[in-house]
Design a protein around this ligand. Structure first.
Ligand SMILES: *Cc1c(COP(=O)(O)O)cnc(C)c1O
Length: 434
């Protein structure tokens, strides 16, 4: 626990956007498991981010589509003026379907196939190159665009005490410092006249200083590139990575501290060198949809062996983060929110992998078969990460609209879906899906 967070230890109760009766009614209509997203929370998160940068001459959030790749969700943000950050051709199509086209799209991909560059060019997206060699690849395969951006990899990230707090040098992304100057020079020589600059350093980071530090690195770099090559950047994109408090003990990101800190650096570094009109861009995913989603599941089994287990009707194909990263997701039991948490359970899914657990040694109220379990903060990198290992099918996605109505915005996968790519005689496939 750093000093920065230390002053703020308090518990923020985890909430659900519907009352018990309404959720029980909903489950009658849409059986568990499903992810439920809350439009109101998504909107509020976006507006709060925008508010923190209201001082900026221009601010744009390019919502990271990979966090919640559903056009209905992207559309909510698009209506409020957000753009998208795409990193695959599928995400470009989702963006287009949600009505986000042109320079509201930023393509921040890596190891990019030609078809993706061509789709991005067709949509007029801002292309953010991950490597100096991609200039030639892009030119050859899709033609050079009018505006170009590069992803900077700053190698090692220091804090104010000069300790290394991150090692982007170990990451596959971005260009080195030397390459980034060379890359803009090549593009200038090729006649490109409009430029942006990008980095993405943090992930699920809640310390304001990481973001102000990132801004400092990027503003200084923009100033140096301008000084050396005469480039007037149109935007500096500070990436995503804003964290959320998954545990009630964690404190939220102080967006106003980040916004104010970056404003100060903007005035100190960019304004004096004539870059006072630069657009500040971010590409947050988690901070926009993370706390706006819940995985709702039903207890199928209880099992007492060397430990006590509660088995759900969902599994890691619906939410990978606990199994993949040991990530904490808060769990509540419908109707038992205020009962004492005096039992200890492993909360598991049905996948034949021992790490298919939503929680290990979690204190919860006594649980019965049939109880409805709510797993919190699943709105970002939740359903999106799902996979079909072990023949497990991904759940539906529901959207709670601001008017209180619930829409199914993606149905659950079926066995037909699972077998549909199989090249197997139709008659025999039918046996498998009837
Ligand atoms: C994943 C990703 C994001 C979003 O990250 P969050 O942690 O959800 O904010 C933004 N930009 C790029 C390039 C990414 O790969």
């Amino acid at each position: 626990m750093t000093n920065e967070n230390h002053a703020e230890i308090f518990r923020i109760p985890k909430t659900f956007p519907m009352n018990e009766d309404a959720l029980r009614q909903l489950i009658k209509k849409f059986p568990t498991p499903f992810h439920l997203y809350d439009e109101k929370t998504i909107r509020e998160n976006f507006r709060r981010l925008r508010e923190a940068f209201s001082w900026a001459p221009d601010f744009r959030e390019h919502f990271a589509v990979k966090a919640t790749p559903n056009p209905y969700v992207v559309e909510i943000l698009a209506r409020d003026g957000a753009g998208t950050d795409c990193s695959s051709i599928a995400e470009l199509f989702i963006s287009e379907a949600a009505g986000v086209v042109g320079e509201k799209i930023m393509l921040t991909s890596n190891d990019t196939p030609a078809i993706e560059f061509r789709k991005a060019r067709e949509l007029g997206a801002i292309i953010n190159l991950d490597d100096i060699s991609h200039i030639e690849y892009l030119e050859k395969n899709a033609g050079l665009p009018e505006i170009i951006s590069f992803r900077y990899n700053p190698a090692d990230i220091m804090n104010d005490g000069n300790d290394i707090i991150g090692r982007p040098a170990e990451a596959k992304f971005g260009l080195t410092r030397e390459q980034i100057f060379a890359a803009y020079k090549i593009c200038l020589d090729k006649g490109i006249k409009r430029f942006g600059l990008h980095t993405m350093i943090a992930s699920n980071e809640r310390k304001a200083s990481t973001f102000t530090y990132t801004a400092r690195i990027m503003f200084e770099l923009a100033a140096q590139i301008k000084d050396r090559l005469g480039i007037n950047f149109e935007f500096v994109n500070l990436g995503g990575g804003l964290g959320i408090p998954y545990s009630p003990e964690e404190s939220p990101v102080r967006l106003n501290v980040i916004g104010d800190g970056i404003e100060k650096l903007f005035r100190e570094i960019l304004v004096p060198c004539g870059l006072g009109n630069v657009r500040i861009a971010m590409e947050s995913g988690r901070a926009i949809t993370g706390n706006a989603g819940w995985l709702v599941s039903t207890v199928l089994h209880k099992k007492n062996t060397y430990k006590n287990y509660v088995g759900l009707d969902s599994c890691m194909s619906d939410l990978m983060r606990p199994a993949l990263y040991g990530a904490y997701h808060h769990i509540t039991v419908l109707g038992k929110e205020n009962l004492p948490a005096n039992e200890i359970y492993d909360v598991t899914g049905s996948l034949c992998e021992n790490n298919d657990k939503f929680a290990v040694d979690r204190r919860l109220p006594a649980i019965d078969v049939g109880d409805v379990v709510i797993i919190h903060d699943t709105g970002a990198h939740g359903h999106a990460m799902g996979f079909n290992y072990n023949g497990k099918l991904r759940s539906a996605e529901l959207l709670l609209r601001e008017n209180g109505e619930v829409e199914m915005i993606r149905r659950a996968e079926t066995l037909q879906d699972y077998f549909s790519t199989l090249n197997f005689p139709d008659a025999r496939l039918k046996l498998m899906t009837k």
